[in-house]
Design a protein. Structure first.
Length: 351
C-alpha cells in the first residue's frame, strides 16, 4: 500500500467528487481515480460508490475514514515538527468556535502549542452565531453543520453529544419527565426567535412538535445558569454538564450528536494586503492598501522602488517576493493551529 494514497482517499471522501478532489489536490481527475483504484486494490475492498451526483463512501470506506484522518493528522505533526525544528511560529490566529466548546475543549488542546510558541496571539470568538470565513472574520471556524457550498478546506474532527438536562432541585419540585410527551407539562428553556435555526431547536421540535419554551435565552451560558438555578430543562452539550451535577433526562431517546467540522478558507495564508495568492497560477495581484494586520510590506516596497525610479515590473517582483514569504509563514502557522485543535481532549469530543 502507498501511504500517499490516503490523501486521495480523504480528498474524495470530503469533496464527494473527483473533480473537486482533483482541484483541491492540484492534480487531474484521472490521477485521483487511478490512486483510488490502486488503494482499493491494495486493501482488497471497495471504498466508494459512484453515482450521478458524485461519490459516496461504502460501509468499508466509512469504517476506514476516521483511522485515515488520524493517520493524516499524525503525519502532519511529524512534518510540522521537522519543518519547525529550527524556526518559531508567531502571529495572530483567529478562531470561531461554538459557545462553551472553546474554554472546555479547545483551550486545553491549544495549551501545548501556545506554551511552545509564546509569540502566537490567539483570538477566540465563542458564540452560537457563526461568523463568515469569507469576510475574514476568522482564520479557523468550528461548526456543528457542514457547509454545502463555499471554497473551504474542511475536516470532520469528531462529534458532540447533546441531551436534555435538569438540576436536582427542579426535579424535586416538578418531577422527572418519562417520555417526550411529558415535556409539554414542564418548563423547557429554549432559544430566542432569531436563533430558531440552531440544531438544538430542531431536535426539540422533533421530540415535541409545537412546544413553546417557558423561557427564551440567547446563549448556552445563560441556559446553563438557568438550569443550575432550577428554572427549567434545557438541551445542553454533555461535555459542559459533567461537573455541574445536572441530571440527564429521557435516556431512551437517542441523543443529539452532530458532527464537529473544522473549516479554513482555501485562500488562507494568502496576503490580505495586496491579494497575492500562491494558488493562482497567473500570480495576479490587485492594487489595494497594504501594511494591514498581515504585516505585508508591499506598500513600502512599492514606495521605495518608485523613489529609485524603477519600472513597474520591479514593483511587481518585489511585491510577489515579500508576499510569498508571508504566505508560507501564515500557512505554517494555521496548519500548526489546526493540528493542535485536532488533538483536543478526546474524552470531550467523540472521535
Amino acid at each position: 500500500m502507498d501511504w500517499n494514497d490516503l490523501k486521495f482517499f480523504l480528498a474524495v471522501a470530503n469533496a464527494r467528487s473527483l473533480s473537486a478532489a482533483s482541484a483541491r489536490l492540484g492534480v487531474s481527475a484521472s490521477t485521483v481515480s487511478r490512486r483510488i483504484e490502486a488503494l482499493e486494490a491494495a486493501l482488497e475492498v471497495k471504498l466508494f460508490r459512484s453515482h450521478r451526483d458524485g461519490y459516496d463512501l461504502t460501509p468499508a470506506g466509512e469504517d476506514l475514514l476516521a483511522p485515515a484522518e488520524r493517520a493524516e493528522a499524525q503525519m502532519r505533526v511529524f512534518e510540522r515538527t521537522a519543518r519547525e525544528k529550527d524556526s518559531d511560529l508567531a502571529g495572530p490566529v483567529r478562531i470561531d468556535v461554538p459557545e462553551l466548546l472553546g474554554q472546555e475543549v479547545l483551550l486545553p488542546g491549544l495549551a501545548g502549542l501556545l506554551q511552545s510558541h509564546p509569540e502566537i496571539r490567539l483570538e477566540m470568538h465563542s458564540s452560537v452565531r457563526p461568523v463568515r470565513l469569507i469576510g475574514e472574520e476568522a482564520d479557523i471556524v468550528l461548526r456543528l453543520v457542514r457547509p454545502q457550498q463555499g471554497n473551504y478546506r474542511q475536516r470532520k474532527i469528531g462529534s458532540l453529544a447533546f441531551g436534555l438536562y435538569a438540576a436536582p432541585s427542579y426535579l424535586e419540585r416538578h418531577g422527572t419527565p418519562g417520555t417526550p410527551a411529558d415535556l409539554y407539562r414542564h418548563r423547557v428553556i429554549g432559544w430566542s426567535e432569531e436563533l430558531s435555526y440552531l440544531i438544538m431547536v430542531a431536535w426539540v421540535e422533533t421530540l415535541c412538535p409545537g412546544l413553546q419554551p417557558s423561557m427564551r435565552l440567547t446563549s448556552l451560558g445563560a441556559q446553563m445558569a438557568a438550569v443550575k438555578n432550577g428554572l427549567g430543562l434545557a438541551v445542553l452539550p454533555a461535555f459542559a454538564v459533567q461537573s455541574a451535577g445536572f441530571v440527564p433526562l429521557l435516556p431512551e431517546v437517542p441523543p443529539l450528536a452532530p458532527d464537529l467540522w473544522m473549516l479554513v478558507h482555501e485562500q488562507a495564508g494568502n496576503c490580505r494586503g495586496c491579494g497575492w495568492s500562491r494558488k493562482r497560477s497567473s500570480q495576479r495581484w490587485r492594487a489595494s492598501r497594504c501594511g494591514r494586520a498581515c504585516r505585508c510590506q508591499a506598500a513600502q516596497a512599492r514606495s521605495a522602488t518608485k523613489r529609485a525610479r524603477a519600472g513597474p515590473i520591479m514593483v511587481m517582483i518585489r511585491r510577489r517576493a515579500v508576499c510569498s514569504a508571508m504566505t508560507k509563514e501564515r500557512s505554517t502557522l494555521l496548519d500548526a493551529a489546526m493540528t493542535a485543535i485536532e488533538s483536543s481532549p478526546p474524552g470531550l469530543v467523540a472521535r
